[in-house]
Design a protein around this ligand. Structure first.
Ligand SMILES: Nc1ncnc2c1ncn2[C@@H]1O[C@H](COP(=O)(O)OP(=O)(O)OP(=O)(O)O)[C@@H](O)[C@H]1O
Ligand SMILES: [Mg+2]
Length: 462
C-alpha cells in the first residue's frame, strides 16, 4: 500500500502521541500518581503461584499486584513468562479463582525517615502497630548495588562492644561484617540483643527475619528494652509471613541502614537470621522455576546473600559505615552446610556458638577456639596479639586434654602447658562471660586472667 508522505507523517505523529500517552499512564501508575489503574486477569492458580494474563508487557519483577475477587489479597511478581506473569501471594490463596482481577502496583521506592528510630516496622516499611508512618524526603530503591570498590574505605577503628570476648579475642572494627553461627536455641538472639544495647554505634538497625512473633515481642520489650530501642529501628517479618514479605523486610532493613550511613552515621546492622532470608529466597526462586542445587538452594542464593552483605561494610568517602552482624542457623552444628559455608566465605569473621557450652550454662556460648575475626592481627597491638596467642594456646591445650582431665586420667606435671591451662581455666571461662568497659580495660583483665593464681598471690605479698 502506498501512503502519501504527508499522510504518513501524520500517522507517525498520531502513533507517537498515543505512545506518549500510554507511557504517561504507565509511568503515572508506577509513580502512584495516575488516576488510571492497570489490571490483568487471574487465569490459573497452582503450586503456590497465581498466573495472571494481560500484564506481561507492563509488569516488572518485584512489582506488587492486588488480587480482587471473592477475597482480596496482595502478591509479588516473581517471574514473567511468554503469555502471563507469576505472582506469589502475601496470604492464603483460599477463595481466589480464575477471572479475579489483578491490579498492578509498580514497586515503590522507600522513603526512610529519622523519625523511624525507636519503632518496630513491618515488611512494607510501615509501623507494625498500624500507626501512620512518617516518610522522608529521599526516595531509595530496595535493590541498589553497594558502594564502588575503588570509592570504599578500609575497615575503621576497633569498636568497644561492652563484652569482653569481642573486645579482645574477636574484635569488631568499624565496617566489619561478622557471622554468628549456631544451632537453634544456643543464644544467637540473646547475643544480638546484648550487642544492640552495648556496642558502639550511632544507630542500630535490627532485622528479625523468620522469628516467631512471641520472640519478636520479647526481643523488643525484654532483650532490647527502652535503652536499646532509643537508638534502634527494628524490622520484623515473622515465620508465618510469606517468603516475599521476609525478603522485602530484609531489603527494607538494609535500605534503612544505607539511609543513615549516607548521613555520615555509624550504623550497626544486626540481622537475625540470614538463613531464614536464604530460605525465603529459595522458596521464591524455586517457585519461579529456578533449578535446585545443594540442599535445594538454587544457584542464585549465593548472589542474593552476597549482594546483601556487599551493601554493608565500610562506606565511601564522606559517608558513614555499616558494621554488620549476621546470625546463621546451622542445623546439627554442621558448619559446612551450604548457607553457613557461603556466609563464612563472604564475611570478615565468624563467631561459633556451641551447644555443649550453652548446656553447661556459660553465656555467651562462644567457642573461642573455632571463632575468628579477620580484623586481627591489624586491629590489635603487638603486645595484645601476643597475649591473645598465649590465651589461645591455653584454650586449645585444655580443649584437647579435656576428656582426660574430666575423667581424672590426666596426671598433673605431665605437661606444663596443660598444667597452666588447668590453672587458669575457671578464670578464663569467667572472663568470656564478663561485661566490659572498653577494649583497653578488657585486655588488662585478660592479662590478669592469664597470670597463674600462685604468681598473683606472690605479687600481692610483695
Ligand atoms: N546470655 C544468656 N544468659 C542466660 N541464658 C541465655 C543467654 N543466652 C541464651 N540463653 C538461654 O538460651 C535460650 C535460647 O536463646 P536464644 O533465643 O537467644 O537462642 P537462638 O539461638 O536465637 O534460638 P533460635 O534458633 O530458636 O532463634 C534462652 O531462652 C535462654 O534460656
Ligand atoms: Mg533466635
Amino acid at each position: 500500500m502506498k501512503i502519501n508522505f504527508k499522510v504518513e507523517n501524520k500517522l507517525n505523529w498520531c502513533v507517537n502521541l498515543m505512545n506518549m500517552k500510554f507511557n504517561d499512564i504507565v509511568n503515572g501508575v508506577a509513580a502512584g500518581t495516575s488516576a488510571y489503574q492497570l489490571w490483568g486477569s487471574v487465569v490459573a492458580i497452582e503450586r503456590g503461584v497465581i498466573h495472571i494474563a494481560g500484564l506481561r508487557s507492563l509488569a516488572r519483577i518485584g512489582d506488587r499486584v492486588e488480587i480482587h475477587g471473592q477475597v482480596s489479597s496482595f502478591g509479588e511478581i516473581i517471574a514473567i513468562r511468554d503469555e502471563f506473569v507469576l505472582a506469589m501471594p502475601d496470604s492464603s490463596m483460599n477463595g481466589m479463582s480464575p477471572g479475579d482481577r489483578a491490579y498492578l502496583h509498580a514497586s515503590k521506592e522507600v522513603r526512610p525517615s529519622n523519625a523511624w528510630v525507636g519503632n518496630v516496622m513491618n515488611c512494607d516499611g510501615v509501623y507494625a502497630d498500624g500507626q501512620l508512618t512518617p516518610q522522608g524526603e529521599r526516595a531509595m530503591m530496595l535493590n541498589p548495588l553497594g558502594p564502588s570498590i575503588t570509592g570504599r574505605r578500609g575497615l575503621g577503628e576497633r569498636l568497644n562492644t561492652r563484652m569482653a570476648p569481642f573486645d579482645t579475642f574477636l574484635p569488631i572494627c568499624k565496617g566489619q561484617r561478622i557471622g554468628l553461627f549456631a544451632g537453634s536455641g544456643v543464644g544467637k538472639s540473646m547475643l544480638v540483643g546484648e550487642l544492640a544495647k552495648g556496642m558502639e554505634a550511632d544507630i542500630v538497625i535490627v532485622a528479625l527475619i523468620g522469628e516467631r512473633s512471641r520472640e519478636v515481642r520479647e526481643f523488643v520489650t525484654e532483650i532490647l528494652g527502652a535503652e536499646g530501642r532509643a537508638r534502634a529501628v527494628v524490622f520484623a517479618s515473622t515465620c508465618e509471613e510469606p517468603a516475599p514479605s521476609k525478603r522485602r523486610c530484609a531489603l527494607m532493613a538494609i535500605t534503612a541502614a544505607e539511609y543513615f550511613r549516607d548521613q555520615g552515621l555509624h550504623v550497626l546492622l544486626l540481622f537475625d537470621s540470614i538463613t531464614r532470608f536464604a530460605d525465603a529466597h529459595r522458596e521464591i526462586a524455586l517457585t519461579a522455576g529456578e533449578t535446585p542445587s545443594l540442599r535445594a538452594y538454587p544457584p542464585s542464593t549465593f548472589r542474593a546473600i552476597a549482594s546483601l552483605a556487599e551493601r554493608t561494610g565500610p562506606g565511601a568517602q564522606g559517608s558513614g559505615d555499616i558494621t554488620a552482624i549476621f546470625s546463621v542457623l546451622v542445623a546439627g552444628s554442621d558448619m559446612d552446610e551450604p548457607v553457613a559455608d557461603m556466609v563464612r566465605s563472604i564475611l570478615d569473621g565468624h563467631v561459633v556458638l556451641d551447644r555443649e557450652i550453652s548446656e553447661r550454662g556459660r553465656f555467651p556460648a562462644i567457642n573461642i577456639r573455632r571463632s575468628v575475626s579477620r580484623s586481627l592481627p591489624k586491629a590489635a597491638s603487638d603486645d595484645e596479639n601476643a597475649l591473645l596467642a598465649e590465651a589461645r594456646v591455653l584454650i586449645s591445650a585444655y580443649d584437647d586434654a579435656s576428656a582426660m582431665i574430666q575423667t581424672g586420667l590426666y596426671a598433673t606435671g605431665s605437661d606444663p602447658v596443660i598444667d597452666r591451662a588447668i590453672d587458669v581455666w575457671p578464670r578464663l571461662e569467667g572472663f568470656v562471660s564478663e561485661q566490659a568497659e572498653s577494649c583497653a580495660v578488657s585486655f588488662e583483665k585478660l592479662k590478669t586472667t592469664l597470670t597463674p593464681p600462685s604468681q598473683s598471690e606472690d605479687e600481692s605479698d610483695l
